[in-house]
Unconditional design. Sequence first.
Length: 96
Amino acid sequence: MINLIEAAALKAAEHLLPPGHQSLGTLLNVKHIAATPVGMKIRAQAIVTKVEGRNIFFDVTAEDEKETIGGGTHERVVVNVERFDKRVQRKISGEV
């Protein structure tokens, strides 16, 4: 369910970002409220509720073929991929 929710958020926002940018999940607060039998299809939806600077906020839900199985909120931050990668490399080399 979590994987599907994050994928829905990516689909809702990534195509709107400038070239060389991506979003990274920073917070996921969801409640799982119902089980889904093996083989039943699940669908997740993410709706952008607010954009504040580099932060994107979503309301998220997941449903199976019969009912809502979970939902909550999700937050992502937009990063410049090149700068982010350089920062991570510095951390690996101990330069932080």
